[in-house]
Design a protein around this ligand. Structure first.
Ligand code: NAI
Length: 711
């Protein structure tokens, strides 16, 4: 079996046809390496004029085999090292053969695919359906197939940075502007014909960087202008990664080190850093969660089986406020008709205007045509009349967080609907089973918890009430995928999974402030742990008034259930802030000050009100308290069966509530810490901070049985 077919035409041009057997895409794996090595060995014996690479798949080449990379450990890393070196040597042999080698890029060429194309002398791409780039960094890796070395030499260090350290992708036209794509054509036939013509016209070629006297754009690291920038670059990178991501740092090292030596040595440097990253815990975390678990979710892992796939044609959104307006936009953008209903037409139109603003921006940036914008806008009907909801197959309610009001609009909408329609609520805190009591058809009732801002946030938490049917869950799941977002599925509980676990983060940060720790240390501790935003800043965003409101509602609900509210040390701090009229960002005054036209900064009054020079603290403690409190609450969610899958916990925590990406998600954080170590530290924190850190029995049992979190 070969992944590279060898065909020579009448002009002595060898077509190396990429076609991995029994697979939907071409992969850079051992089979491919052996196939390419065999093809190059055959070329050595053959009389040939040029080579063109083309693919028999709908994409050009999908890149490295993540199965293989995920399975690589320090013990067998030498095998990967040897394979990569072997592959790079034959790619190098081809590009230094003196004869022309062309890539015919018919579809996506990402990662290894783009690296293969880079090793060719001439790159021709179809003008449609082609995405190019090196996204390895987004999975904690670096392009190990020569990508870092060739991009740095072709573009220069500075220009190549975003494509390598951020994984920025690009289209063929942009590739042409960068000088990385030589020709763009319309059809597959033209691809091959253009390649043949170019080979015939250029019988003797060299890569630009192999030509004597080649100057790397912007110069080598010894160039004074570049040398001046180099000490700053790692510092700037640290601002972004806070030192939690080894991949961008390794990439920068390969770029700088690689430009100081000859290309063959540079290739070896790249391979060494690559193999080291592949074996790193962070890469394992990111590949495991952001590749394997995410793909399982996209393939419907948490969706009930044996229920036919559904598609929403018309959705009714109740409430055209911040969330409703975003939900309307996200649905209409994917071709779904929307009725956006509020109490007045004026309110509804205001909600629709949000879509107009977002779409206009896209048109201005040339990312959308004016016709497409108008079509999306025309598919949103602003309304104040419940009768307009007739014909909707899904309703999403996003009115104020008020039980009575939600019950009223549920009844009002259901009166207009077919019995098969699904009714979803976007409540952020109210249990679904209780809200479903207002419904005539509780089996069709479900929670669809979006995150703000809806147009940017990729996650939707689907919450099943006690009576939610499998059909309803399946329809909700299909809808979330239909609008291009990622669904996780959880069972009903106060705050579900995400709001509940998110709350522990904010509360812990506020509690530390109450203990007398400096606010700046708390916020910085969160950044250093890898959180995108600190607990005080995020509480300001949510607003302290809302935090207080949710607490009061919880106290009321618990009293009604005969339970008692467990007072949290953050409660009194929130109250004191509110007494001082500091309710958050919206009012311009919270834990931060929000001066007009300037950057926000921590409110100086916090020092006087809360800071205590006697309070001992360390950044390590702050990081641990935030990471652990959320993880412990998540284990409680698993124990209470609010969460039923590890992937939903990991993906939900990263995409919904900003749990640090390097961890691979909240349960993976426990796995990699090791259960014994995790429990030991949690016990210390319980001793120091209180019962909220006490480890659920489930985790102690798992530790005894030597288990980890796995689906
Ligand atoms: P909002 O205050 O921006 O909007 C609520 C809208 O509902 C207003 O436009 C109001 O006029 C409208 N409304 C009131 N009564 C109505 C009725 N009888 N019929 C139709 N519309 C009516 O509120 P927001 O922030 O959009 O929140 C809506 C829901 O989404 C709440 O349940 C909230 O808990 C939930 N949620 C909010 C998130 C957030 O970050 N703001 C995140 C996730 C969920």
């Amino acid at each position: 079996m070969t992944s590279v077919k060898y065909e020579k035409d009448q002009d002595k041009i060898v077509h190396l046809i990429l076609d991995k057997p029994n697979a939907s895409a071409n992969l850079m794996d051992l089979e491919f390496t052996d196939s390419l090595v065999a093809a190059v060995e055959k070329l050595r014996e053959d009389d040939w004029a040029g080579v063109l690479f083309r693919s028999e798949k709908s994409t050009f080449f999908a890149g490295g085999s993540l199965d293989d990379l995920h399975a690589t450990t320090k013990e067998n890393a030498h095998l990967l090292y040897e394979m990569v070196n072997k592959l790079k040597l034959v790619m190098r042999e081809l590009e230094t053969s003196g004869k022309p080698v062309v890539a015919c890029i018919n579809g996506a060429a990402l990662g290894g695919g783009w690296e293969l194309a880079l090793a060719c002398h001439h790159r021709i791409a179809l003008n449609k359906g082609v995405t190019l780039g090196l996204p390895e960094v987004t999975l904690g890796l670096l392009p190990g197939g020569g990508g870092v070395i060739r991009m740095s030499r072709l573009l220069g260090l500075q220009a190549a940075l975003p494509y390598l350290t951020e994984g920025k992708q690009f289209k063929p036209e942009q590739g042409q502007k960068l000088g990385l794509i030589d020709e763009v054509v319309e059809t597959k036939d033209q691809l091959v014909n253009a390649a043949i013509s170019w080979i015939k016209a250029n019988p003797k070629v060299q890569q630009p960087y192999d030509v004597k006297g080649y100057k790397v754009p912007g110069g080598k690291p010894s160039n004074p202008a570049l040398a001046k920038m180099l000490p700053i670059a790692p510092a700037m990178m640290r601002v972004q990664t806070k030192g939690t991501m080894p991949a961008p740092e390794s990439i920068l090292s390969v770029m700088v080190e690689g430009l100081q030596v000859d290309i063959d040595s540079a290739m070896r440097i790249e391979t060494r850093y690559f193999v080291e990253l592949v074996c790193s815990q962070v890469a394992k975390n990111m590949i495991g969660t952001l590749w394997f678990q995410l793909n399982e979710i996209k393939a419907g892992a948490s969706r009930p089986d044996n229920i036919e796939k559904s598609k929403v044609q018309k959705v009714g959104v109740l409430g055209a406020g911040m969330m409703g307006a975003g939900i309307a936009f996200s649905s209409a953008s994917k071709g779904i008709d929307v009725v956006l209903k509020d109490v007045s037409l004026e309110n509804a139109e205001k909600g629709k205007a949000y879509s107009q603003t977002l779409l206009d921006k896209k048109v201005k940036k040339k990312r959308l045509s004016a016709e497409k914008r108008d079509a999306v806008l025309n598919s949103i009907q602003a309304s104040a009349d419940a009768e307009d909801l007739k014909g909707c197959d899904l309703i999403i309610e996003a009115v104020f967080e008020d039980r009575g009001l939600k019950a009223k609009v549920t009844k009002e909408a259901e009166a207009q609907l077919e019995s098969s329609a699904v009714f979803a609520t976007n409540t952020s805190t109210l249990p679904i089973t209780g809200l479903a009591e207002a419904s005539e058809r509780p089996a069709n009732f479900v929670g669809l918890h979006f995150f703000s801002p809806v147009d940017k946030m990729p996650l939707v938490e689907i919450i099943c009430g006690e009576q939610t049917s499998d059909e309803t869950l399946a329809k909700a799941y299909d809808y979330v995928l239909q609008i291009g977002k990622t669904p996780i599925v959880v069972n009903d509980s106060r705050g579900f999974f995400t709001s509940r676990v998110f709350g522990t983060f904010a509360n812990e940060g506020i509690a530390m402030l109450g203990e007398g720790m400096p606010a700046a240390a708390i916020e910085n501790g969160a950044f250093l742990a890898g959180y995108p935003v600190g607990p005080l800043a995020v509480t300001d965003e949510v607003s302290l008034t809302l935090v207080e409101k949710i607490r009061n509602q919880t106290i009321k609900d618990l009293q009604a259930e005969g339970g008692t509210y467990p007072i949290h040390p953050s409660d009194s701090i929130v109250d004191r802030m509110l007494e001082t009229d500091r309710s958050g960002k919206l009012s311009g005054a919270g834990f931060y000050d929000y001066p007009k036209g300037a950057k926000k900064h921590l409110w100086s009054g916090l020092k006087e009100m809360f800071e205590n020079a006697e309070t001992p603290y360390s950044l390590e403690e702050i990081k641990d308290r935030l990471l652990y409190i959320q993880a412990i609450e998540t284990v409680r969610c698993v124990e209470e069966k609010v969460l039923t899958s590890v992937r939903d916990a990991n993906i939900g925590s990263i995409m919904g509530i900003g749990y640090p990406i390097w961890t691979g998600g909240i349960l993976q954080f426990i796995n990699q810490t090791g259960l014994t170590e995790f429990i030991k530290r949690a016990d210390e924190l319980t001793e120091q901070c209180g019962e909220r850190f006490s480890v659920p029995k489930l985790l102690r049992d798992m530790e005894k049985d030597g288990l980890t979190f796995k689906d």
